[in-house]
Design a protein around this ligand. Sequence first.
Ligand SMILES: [Zn+2]
Length: 339
Amino acid sequence: MLSNLAEIEQEINSFPVTGPDELENFRLKFISRNGLLTKLFEELKNVSREEKPAVGKKLNEVKKLAEGKYNSLKEQFDDTTSAKETIDLTLPAAEFSIGREHLISQTLAEMVKIFREIGFKVTDGPELEEEFYNFDALNTPAHHPARDMQDTFYVQSKVDKDKKYVLRTHTSPVQIRTMLANKPPLRIISPGKVFRNETVTFKNYFMFHQLEGLYVDKNVSMQDLKGVLAYFFKKFYGEKTKTRFIPSFFPFTEPSGQIDISCFICGGKGCKTCKETGWLEVGGCGMVDPNVFKSVNIDPEEFTGYAFGIGMERITMMKYGIKDIRTFYQNDVRFLDQF
Ligand SMILES: [Zn+2]
């Protein structure tokens, strides 16, 4: 039996264990309840009395050897296994994306900030508007082409059949609501969505954003209007920006003007963006028409005022060199992520 134990001892030492599976085989073969060593302990009773002390001693040594090898390898493999299950802090972090402010919202916030700093208050109005506020009160008579079905989304109310509704075609009805609810002096801006029944192209969309401005007080002049817009566009596009006003027509202002700014790409020399004119159109403005004041019970002999509307998509496209208005609303993160 002693020579047998010597062989087993050698076998234990040379048993190849490179992973948990082999270690299990090792355990089953030598130290499990049905293993080789357990059997040898059972056979110990058959060993002669003379041999027993030596054999017993050797058997214990071999058992210790097997258990020692098993325990140290098990510890080693447990460490590796548990390391696999825990987080490897050296790995690069998983990509994590959060939403961001839409470019138009960024423009809106910037515009509001600039106007607030010079005393304008932000007001709001409904997008589903009564025809009265969108047209009639703004001196836009029934036959006016702006009321054409082709330009305006009309909405039929089933509840309120007497009133006619439209998706507002501009932010100007907020002027009317503000003047009906408050007495001058008034100094407001009102940014928001407007809707036009337009064919969608790279430069037209059926929905876009405007920022309306209105200032009503005693002795408000065209000069005040030009001053405030020149100030705004310098803040928005940079100190070198020049502003000019070209005579235009709107039913609700008299006189009316188109607002142009000097092309910030060529600095006014002429380029593709400004169609070689050196100027870019950014909005409309004018002095509030006396008929508008009459419709909101403000005496045009006592008060004067100016109003302006700036297309937010337009000034944003110009600022960032965006060529297609549709990209604002396609929700393509590859576009939106750039801003
Ligand atoms: Zn230019």
